[in-house]
Design a protein around this ligand. Sequence first.
Ligand code: HSE
Length: 409
Amino acid sequence: MIAIAVLGHGVVGSGVAEVLEKSRGNICRKAGADLYIKKILDLREFPELSYSDKFTKDFNEILTDPEIQVVAEVMGGLNPAYDYVSAALSAGKSVVTSNKELVAAKGAELLALAKRMNRNFLFEASVGGGIPIIRPLHQCLAANEIDEIVGILNGTTNFILTKMIREGMSFTDALKMAQELGYAEKDPTADVEGQDTCRKICILASLAFGSHVYPESVQTQGITKITLEDVRYAESAGKVIKLLGQTRRVNGSCYVMVGPALIGRDSPLAGVEDVFNGILVRGDATGDVVFVGKGAGKLPTASAVVSDIIDCVKHKDTIATLHWSDAQSKVSDIRREVTARYIRCKGKGADSIAWQIFGSPTFLQRPDKPVDEFAFIAPAMTGFDFAQKLDALVGKGVEILGDIQVWEA
Ligand code: HSE
């Protein structure tokens, strides 16, 4: 018998208990061992549950229990998760986690600790919910140099944008619905302001390029400024607005950014809707590989946590391919990147001013467009050049209402 402990009994933790109970026979067969949940750490009590006897409020009961070989941390947040995970690894237990904040901040350190202890620190559930992406990156795609990863990595914001695009629903109503469905973080700021996507793209960039990319080094923008007007203009250009995490290898460093982007309807990521996530990985041997699935929610995330538990049981020793160095990755200045941009602006004659400044922008339309509002796609240029031209536009009395990157696959 192999005993497991689960830290946290929120949305994901209760999902882990449910999956392990419902599919225990199948899971044990795949793990090649009889495994069961021995302890669940939570400050709350759940007397109504059939497994209420497993709950404890004392982490030491788990830490000092020699039968517990694998700890699943699904509490979220940095503290006390970091202390618990470090202590469990130091005590010779393997740890699996769904906690992207923890992995993005402390991944290199915890991987090194796991390696020193010859145990595993696995985090498939930290990116993409139920989509396998961590294991494919370090195992199935191991023969590739990864050149680029672009992903819709946050289910909540993708759900909100989909509701805005498909149903003309307001941002606020769509966010409320996402919270009711259990997709959003406790504080949805991390979803809508892009930090959640940032943590996830940092994890993928660290794994792909081999050294730690810290969220603080990444320019991050969320979707709170996206309006239904932007959605309609994008539509007239055959595009949809998505929140993207992007990373690319560039001479000795990497480019990483998070922000909304207009993407063509023919892009493989355009059809990724609702709570689904989509991740495009560009390998030098494979070309583009696209992963799509439910990126948030109880059972999809629990599925990834339980698959990591199975892996820990099957491979007690450290899995060598899952590793990156703690040297901080050099993140290049995104203003050097050459991209096209969408601009929405307001002002008498703003269209002809934009025409003079930007060369030959492509003007867009929407129903009920006010006569003094204009939206256009400016040709591709560096961020430095774009900022200068935008300043020139403002200098001529034009009010900028929106400014979004255009992403071409
Ligand atoms: N709040 C996250 C999301 C949960 O919406 O994607 C999964 O990480």
